[in-house]
Design a protein around this ligand. Structure first.
Ligand SMILES: Nc1ncnc2c1ncn2[C@@H]1O[C@H](COP(=O)(O)OP(=O)(O)OP(=O)(O)O)[C@@H](O)[C@H]1O
Length: 648
């Protein structure tokens, strides 16, 4: 059993290999057949069971989630029942107390009060014990006892610990089922759904709130805000591509806690404007400045807390909705955030975007259909929402959505804005209801010029000063865009192309030199410009206007080129290695999901290998090992060829 003709080395044949006399090569047919058999069986397993494996995991998770939701709802019902019972009991106790104090002497009533206080404590005890208590109780006590039994009926498995003000402080579950993983997952879901149900209940309460109540609530929410606030100002932002100007002297601001709509005719430069604000412009000449919280510097320094939803989809078609959201959350939320807080964030986004029904559905690709277009759009938004951004920029998030889906999306965005998020979205032809859900509006004319930037509520007042009135039964944004497109002529005779100059004059901004002709045509004078307001930085004021402009432009150009975007977001996302782990997990899931396709690919590769092996003469003592290794690397590369994430 020692091969190789003339070999002096005592090397044994490989397993199941044999040599014939005077033969150079081993006979490894048995080994080869075994290998082919094993690979074939593995491929068959992958072909048939890859999907099953993921489905089993999903089902198990869904079961524990369902349990948690039930438990959280029961708990909330019990909590609300307890609160109501407590209020009624209090009312009754006060009533009896007043009655007695009127009837008996001071001393006696004092004793009575003490008794009542004791009895109210007994009520709490009775509730906690779920017992009916002594017979000689007042009506209020009987009522409370009935409620207590209701509570214990509603929540048989939950024992409440009740603080002085009747809040549920802590709860104990049923003894956890065996298996650490399952019980932990259920508990985490229970925590998340407990919070979500509480938020919903609070929202319901807020619906009936008075104005002062709403103000108090807003203050309360502001105290709870944990996200850093980002106010973005842009001054004289001009973007050119060669000699063509795509944005011109755009000045304005985006405020935290507000939802801003960007509207304008097609090709006006809305997407370009969003890209410029988000600092995603490469290959353009940029002048002017974007200030974050009043400070100069690159907006890219805050990229970890800026969410950007582009016009085109960024979802992974062969992952489920939930997997898409989780991948983004894992890579982009702070590395130190606990798993249960991540679960809460992801579940909250799924709830607010109404993706519960499709959470386990594959998003779908061109070849394989998945969820609907509207749901896909919402997943796109959700992917950015789960990273808890401070500035959320969306390019046409409502395009292709029906009215109710658009409103649902806007509601979710408004909810985010309540947490202090600065939201800016390009929208096309919003319905009147949708239009009124925005706080501010940036209206762009063709050529990337601003026509209006401010609250939605005051836009009609502004345009009426120019003699432009919205006719009855016409949606205001449609009317303004029709004017900008030249479809409708304003009754005041004002020209659409002069509207940007009117806006500049109205705000006292400097009119660019190439628009001075428009100024003359309008019969207006160039305004006295507050140079500090219109130009950023320290441009010398003593210089003539033209030189001063050139100076400022050059300074801005250098600033853009030199500014190295260090991280100013104070968020530490997972490191490269951890992100790579999430990436490998994601690609493995994707490959498992397309296991059948992959199985066939490998089968073809295997068959090709057998054919090649059979016809090749194996004179190489290593059986072409480097070639095999190269093939393995190539196959791995082929399977994991997606771009790895880099959110650090
Ligand atoms: N890289 C580029 N190369 C050539 N032209 C460009 C480039 N980027 C933007 N433009 C041009 O700038 C103008 C504004 O484009 P932008 O996509 O911002 O418009 P928009 O208002 O978002 O349009 P729409 O509403 O149709 O999406 C368009 O005329 C476009 O052709």
């Amino acid at each position: 059993h020692y091969c190789k003709l003339g070999s002096t080395r005592e090397e044994k044949c490989v397993i199941k290999g044999s040599c014939k006399e005077n033969e150079e090569n081993e006979n490894i047919i048995i080994l080869g057949a075994c290998l082919v058999g094993i690979i074939g069986v593995s491929l068959l397993v992958v072909y048939n069971c890859s999907g099953q494996f993921l489905t089993i995991r999903e089902r198990r998770k869904a079961r524990s989630r369902e349990n948690a939701i039930q438990l959280a709802r029961q708990q909330l019902r019990a909590h609300q029942g307890w609160k109501a019972a407590k209020q009624i009991a209090r009312k009754h106790v006060t009533g009896v107390q007043d009655h007695l104090s009127r009837t008996f002497s001071r001393r006696r009533s004092f004793r009575q009060q003490t008794d009542l206080e004791n009895s109210s404590h007994r009520v709490q005890e009775a509730r906690l014990m779920g017992s009916t208590g002594p017979n000689e109780r007042s009506d209020s006590i009987v009522f409370s006892a009935q409620n207590t039994s209701e509570i214990s009926e509603a929540m048989p498995s939950v024992v409440m610990d009740i603080s002085n003000d009747g809040e549920v402080v802590a709860t104990n579950d049923k003894p956890a089922p065996k298996g650490k993983h399952r019980s932990t997952q259920t508990q985490i879901f229970k925590y998340a759904y407990g919070e979500i149900e509480l938020e919903k209940a609070r929202q319901e309460e807020n619906k009936n709130m008075s104005f002062t109540g709403v103000l108090a609530k807003v203050k309360e929410l502001q105290k709870e805000m944990t996200r850093p606030l980002l106010k973005v100002e842009f001054k004289n932002l001009t973007l050119s591509l060669g000699k063509r100007k795509l944005l011109r002297s755009v000045t304005g601001e985006l405020q935290p806690g507000r939802v801003t709509a960007v509207m304008g005719p097609s090709g006006a430069g809305k997407t370009t404007f969003l890209n410029a604000v988000a600092g995603k412009v490469t290959g353009y000449q940029v002048t002017g400045s974007v200030l974050v919280n009043g400070a100069h510097g690159s907006i890219r320094s805050y990229k970890k807390i800026i969410g950007f939803v582009p016009q085109d989809d960024v979802v992974h078609g062969n992952l489920t909705v939930e997997e898409n959201l989780w991948f983004s959350a894992n890579c982009r939320l702070p590395a130190r955030m606990s798993h249960r807080d991540r679960v809460l964030i992801v579940e909250r986004v799924i709830e607010s975007l109404d993706l519960q029904g499709v959470r386990n559905s594959v998003v779908g690709t061109v070849e394989k259909r998945g969820i609907s277009g509207g749901q896909r759009k919402r997943v796109n938004v959700g992917i950015e929402m789960v990273m808890e951004p401070s500035l959320l920029i969306l390019d046409e998030p409502t395009s292709g959505l029906d009215s109710s889906s658009s409103q649902l999306l806007l509601k979710a965005l408004r909810h985010e804005a309540l947490e202090g998020v600065n939201i800016c979205a390009v929208v096309h032809q919003p319905s009147y209801t949708l239009y009124n859900m925005f706080d501010d509006l940036i209206l762009l004319a063709k050529g990337g010029l601003i026509v209006y930037n401010g609250p939605i509520k005051t836009i009609e007042d502004y345009f009426s000063t120019l003699g432009i009135h919205v006719p009855d039964r016409v949606n205001p944004p449609d009317h303004y865009i029709d004017i900008l497109e030249g479809i409708v002529k304003p009754e005041s005779g004002i020209k659409a192309k002069h509207l940007p100059v009117h806006w500049m004059l109205y705000n006292g901004y400097e009119v660019p030199s190439d628009m001075k002709d428009d100024l003359k045509a309008m019969g207006e004078q160039s305004p006295d410009v507050d140079i500090n307001r219109s130009m950023s930085g320290s441009t010398p004021h003593c210089l003539p206007a033209g030189v001063s402009n050139a100076f400022a432009q050059e300074r801005n150009r250098l600033e853009h080129r030199l500014s190295k975007p260090g991280d100013l977001s104070s968020r530490r996302t997972p490191g490269i290695l951890k992100q790579y782990k999430f990436f490998l997990g994601r690609v493995t899931k994707q490959r498992l999901r397309e296991g059948r396709l992959l199985g066939v690919d490998f089968l073809i590769l295997g068959l090709a290998g057998i054919c090649l092996g059979t016809i090749a003469k194996l004179s190489d003592p290593t059986f072409g090992m480097p070639g095999y290794i190269y093939t393995i690397i190539a196959v791995c590369k082929f399977n994991y060829s997606d771009t790895p994430p880099c959110y650090t």
